[in-house]
Design a protein around this ligand. Structure first.
Ligand code: SAH
Length: 339
């Protein structure tokens, strides 16, 4: 078993199973996540015999950091996993801290037409340790603490629900990486049964929905998931989610030239979201050479923004990060696999 798969509770159970006091779990967590050890030999406050047992049972393996592309305020990381698959993470420097965008699966089955990751089928779920160590490896690279985590890299987090929620427990733990729940965001294309499940997940993390269209007609064309879970039901589930959690939801909306960016689309979107405790994040599309969608021109994005504002929908335009360094979701992995 990889030790970075284990929640504090799992580790407490483990210590009980080898007849040791469960508080050792907290001690070990401190070594893993504060001191960031690379070998159990660095531990000074747990007895040798116990360390020997831990070594036998729990490995410290991490993926291999293959390449880093560096830009002014963005680093993009490519990792190789134990089975030679590749995943990516992106680090972004903001004035409020450092955020990391992590992957949740190898590939993705959602097949969104504009998305580089969706061009290939999902190979497998990421294990918990493969998500946790993306953060550890990037922190090791930058020698600084990551303050915000978004699960918006390759994969659909709600298609790997159990591992993603265990990942949240570990990084949020006050004995682990201590990333505040309000600094953690999960982004989903809208797998409705999981949205209902997530309402009862007792951590105050943020939820973002990749909406990208105001009508089923448009959404059906760009996001196959919409054929399974249509917009009305999606909005209904979000209303329930907000009722239950009292948390504001983000709707992501990629601006695709001539597809979803008209003034009428903005009016329809305003109507759809009226009265919902949410905000819309307009995202300038990151063009990628394998896909023919184009980014809306800035004046169109501004016009769209103005209409939402006028209709009293809270809206922001996403600041651009790393378009020079293959920052579109899945681009780095694609490059690697096409070599
Ligand atoms: N599957 C999840 C999370 C991964 S995608 C989801 O759908 O939310 C993260 C976000 O990036 C989504 O909003 C997705 O639609 C968007 N995205 C994908 N390709 C993009 C591109 N080329 N430019 C801008 N955003 C993109």
């Amino acid at each position: 078993m990889n030790v970075y798969n284990m929640t504090l509770e799992d580790l407490e159970k483990y210590f009980e199973s080898i007849d040791e006091k469960p508080f050792k779990a907290k001690q070990l967590y401190k070594w893993l996540y504060d001191k960031k050890i690379n070998s159990y030999d660095e531990i000074t406050d747990i007895k040798k015999e116990v360390i020997i047992k831990i070594k036998e049972n729990l490995n410290l393996n991490k993926p291999e950091l293959v390449t880093v592309e560096r830009d002014k305020d963005t680093n993009k990381y490519l990792f190789k996993l134990e089975d030679n698959e590749y995943i990516e993470a992106v680090l972004m420097r903001h004035d409020y801290g450092k955020s990391i965008c992590i992957s949740s699966e190898v590939g993705c089955n959602m097949g969104c037409k504009f998305c580089e990751s969706g061009r290939r089928k999902k190979v497998r779920d990421l294990k918990v340790y493969e998500m946790v160590t993306q953060i550890l490896l990037v922190e090791e690279d930058i020698k600084e603490k990551i303050t915000h985590v978004v699960v918006m890299g390759i994969g659909e987090p709600f298609d790997n629900y159990e591992n993603v929620t265990n990942f949240i427990k570990i990084i949020n733990s006050p004995f682990g990486l201590k990333i505040g729940s309000r600094h953690i965001t999960i982004s989903t294309c809208g797998i409705i049964p999981k949205i209902y499940e997530f309402m009862n997940f007792p951590y105050q993390v943020n939820l973002a929905i990749s909406l990208h269209a105001p009508t089923n007609e448009i959404r059906d064309k760009i996001m196959p998931i919409n054929k399974v879970y249509q917009i009305e039901e999606l909005i209904e589930s979000i209303k329930k989610y907000i009722e239950k959690t009292n948390r504001r939801v983000t709707f992501e909306y990629i601006m695709l030239d001539g597809v979803n960016d008209s003034e009428l689309n903005a009016q329809k979107l305003s109507k759809l979201l009226k009265g919902i405790n949410c905000y819309v994040n307009l995202i300038p599309y990151n063009e990628t050479e394998n896909i023919s969608f184009k980014r809306s021109e800035m004046f169109k994005i501004m016009k769209f923004y103005d209409i939402l504002k006028k209709n009293k929908i809270e809206v922001t335009i996403r600041r651009e990060f790393g378009s020079k360094i293959s920052a579109a979701c899945g681009q780095l992995r694609s490059k690697k696999e096409e070599l």
